[in-house]
Design a protein around this ligand. Structure first.
Ligand SMILES: C[S@@+](CC[C@H](N)C(=O)[O-])C[C@H]1O[C@@H](n2cnc3c(N)ncnc32)[C@H](O)[C@@H]1O
Length: 230
């Protein structure tokens, strides 16, 4: 029980043994020019896909044979005047490149003051299409290493709460959902994009072991402080 966190890129997680992790959960950067500090969230799309592929492959190596990888990702992004079905692209990377199987797909709607819940990019109050960089509809993709019968997913409604610590912290409702459905005491849980470790705190408080990677030192330091007091 406890935690181990690293201020480095999760593209190579050599600090962790292969096939040792029960549950991996992450919400990655969406490559939509979010300002994270010393990390460039505006890569050429091919480069971004290579980056995502590397992390997903590394996650598949670290996952136990009966473990799960859960990715929370915007349904679509609108960047450089183009719509991209990001969740579909990421699902394909995991299935085709990392030999993972899609077990379930949940849908979560991030509710904000001015966006309705729509499957693709939201509409603003005047019913004109919003060109906000990512859709308010997200998918929670659940992968495993063995082919099982696909299960029906759920629909979640999550309130967006801005934070002064991080531009996109994991909402508590999302963490509670992962806990209720996928966590058991004693599990080893990895978040390769941990941000300020909102997930990690709950893992540690509930008898699990948390492993986290974060590239930006400021977020890593906040995570460290919060985990120490948890
Ligand atoms: C969408 S946020 C995740 C937020 C996190 N779930 C939380 O609750 O705060 C993505 C995070 O990944 C970090 N990041 C970006 N590239 C990374 C990399 N190569 N390795 C590790 N972390 C990275 C960013 O700095 C950012 O904090």
């Amino acid at each position: 029980m406890g935690y181990k966190i690293f201020n480095k890129s999760s593209e190579s997680m050599t600090d962790i043994d292969n096939e040792s992790i029960d549950l991996i959960f992450f919400s990655p950067p969406y490559n939509i020019k979010t300002f994270y500090g010393n990390f460039n969230d505006n890569l050429k799309f091919e480069k971004y896909l290579d980056f995502m592929k590397n992390v997903i492959l590394e996650c598949a190596r670290k996952l136990k044979k009966d473990g799960r990888l859960i990715i929370e990702i915007a349904d679509s992004i609108f960047i450089n005047q183009k719509y991209i079905q990001l969740a579909g692209v990421i699902q394909k990377l995991a299935v085709s490149n990392a030999d993972l199987f899609l077990e379930t797909r949940h849908i979560n709607f991030i509710q904000t003051k001015d966006l309705f819940e729509l499957p693709d990019h939201g509409f603003d109050k005047n019913y004109s299409t919003s060109i906000k960089a990512h859709s308010n509809c997200h998918q929670i993709l659940v992968f495993n290493k063995t082919k099982t019968k696909p299960k029906n997913g759920e629909i979640l409604y999550i309130n967006h709460k801005p934070s002064s610590e991080h531009p996109c912290p994991e909402p508590q409702e999302m963490i509670d959902f992962i806990f209720k459905n996928y966590f058991k005491t004693g599990m080893k849980v990895l978040d390769p994009f941990m941000g300020t470790a909102n997930l990690g705190i709950q893992i540690v408080r509930n008898g699990g072991t948390f492993l986290g990677y974060e590239l930006v030192e400021r977020f890593y330091n906040i995570a460290k402080k919060k985990l120490e007091s948890a």
